[in-house]
Design a protein. Structure first.
Length: 412
């Protein structure tokens, strides 16, 4: 299986796909899958820009909306995780993962999925110590602070990933595991990014939770983005001979190293995306303690037996099949021909994919405050939207305040 890996997308889907199509033609090879390591920026319309935390001069529609609207279809199956520059309102709709557009799949705030017989895991967001032990306290509509913290990784999601026991082939993160620079060519890295030296010396380049996941999951490959440079490393795990091949890549800018093709041993194609049985069982076990306040998750409150969860999921998958629920539009799409931006819809929706997923696992929907729901008719949208759902008001003022570190990372 040939897998293309891309660092930070920053909304440049047209350019990344065009590069891969050109590569296929020139090299006479078939690319089976594209993986993106965050800052994907799945911006559907102007309203989504309100929840995108980045400097104002970076806030633009880019090209994702064409794939959301159906004007274009991704030429390669695409799987991505979130970074620190995302349309966070849309990704929260798909907290457990789901299609953001046809052929483009978000792995969720944390998740494991199967593509063919390849297991792909991932953790969205970046690490901030002061938010790590909190729950997902941010509430829609996001205020100026929430839009800058909603993408900070949380202990709850990392804990779920640490329960994975079966081998992971590929793992995606946005920022780097702490200490990964000890396993590659540090001299070359500092020649390219000399200002990393102080952070490496202080032991703060990268994050500890990802390092713990690297040591615990021991995937064959680990791909990352965020720091806008290419860096490779080999991590040997103890005496058992297991090795993780780490690769970080740049953002999509001409002349930068933002793409890499990796050949991974797999079964014969064609390849399809399927739910992962073990991950669904972990999700079922821990969903009742999903923390939605600043309080730390009560992980000991997840009392369901894992083997019983596993058997429950196995029976469900045998009855329904393992394909993810179908993509559904939930808000109007950007109209490039409109003289005035379409911003009439200002609601947060329960995504039918998430509703179906939770019903499938017989789990409660916990992602919004039901007391604040208002009904919105799909017929009021300017584009056709399938299904019915509940919505929550989402009037968010545009804000351009960034953490100094995140602004620095974005403008490298």
């Amino acid at each position: 299986m040939r897998i293309a890996v891309e660092g930070c997308m920053h909304g440049e889907l047209d350019n990344v796909y065009a590069t891969l199509l050109h590569l296929q033609e020139v090299e006479k090879v078939k690319i089976d899958l594209l993986l993106c390591c965050g800052d994907f920026q799945a911006v559907r319309n102007e309203k989504d820009l309100d929840s995108l935390n980045c400097p104002q001069h970076y806030k633009s529609m880019k090209s994702f909306w064409k794939y959301y609207s159906g004007e274009k279809v991704a030429p390669f199956p695409t799987i991505f995780i979130g970074g620190n520059h995302e349309a966070s309102n849309y990704l929260w709709e798909l907290y457990y993962g789901g299609w953001v557009a046809p052929n483009i799949y978000f792995l969720g705030f944390a998740g494991v999925i199967k593509f063919g017989n390849i297991r792909i895991g991932g953790l969205s967001g970046i690490y901030k110590e002061y938010d790590y032990h909190k729950g997902h306290f941010e509430k829609l509509p996001y205020d100026k602070k929430d839009v800058r913290t909603v993408y900070h990784i949380r202990e709850y999601d990392v804990h779920k990933l640490m329960q994975v026991e079966e081998p992971i082939d590929i793992f995606l993160s946005h920022d780097w595991p702490l200490g990964i620079t000890n396993h590659g060519n540090l001299k070359d890295l500092l020649r390219d990014k000399p200002y990393f030296e102080e952070e490496i010396r202080k032991g703060i380049l990268g994050n500890k939770p990802s390092a713990e996941l690297l040591d615990g999951l021991r995937p064959s490959y680990w791909f990352a983005g965020h720091l806008h440079c290419k860096f490779a490393a080999l991590v040997q795990h103890g005496e058992d001979g297991l090795i993780t091949k780490f690769l970080a890549l740049d953002k999509c800018v001409p002349g930068r190293k933002f793409l890499q093709i990796v050949e991974v041993e797999s079964g014969p194609g064609p390849y399809e995306l399927h739910y992962d049985e073990e991950w669904l069982a972990i999700t079922k076990k821990f969903n009742s303690v999903l923390p939605l306040t600043v309080q730390r998750a009560n992980l000991s409150g997840a009392t369901l037996d894992m083997q019983e969860c596993r058997q429950f999921v196995r029976d469900k998958l045998q009855a329904r099949g393992a394909k993810p629920f179908d993509f559904v539009k939930t808000v109007p799409c950007h109209d490039s021909s409109a003289l005035v931006a379409n911003s009439s819809f200002s609601g947060h929706c329960r995504n039918p994919q998430t509703v179906g997923f939770l019903q499938f696992l017989e789990l409660e929907y916990l992602l919004d405050d039901k007391s604040r729901q208002v009904a919105v008719s799909p017929a009021s949208f300017t584009s056709k939207v399938a299904g019915s759902f509940d919505c929550v008001s989402e009037d968010i003022p545009i804000d351009d305040v960034n953490d100094e570190e995140e602004l620095k990372a974005d403008e490298m």
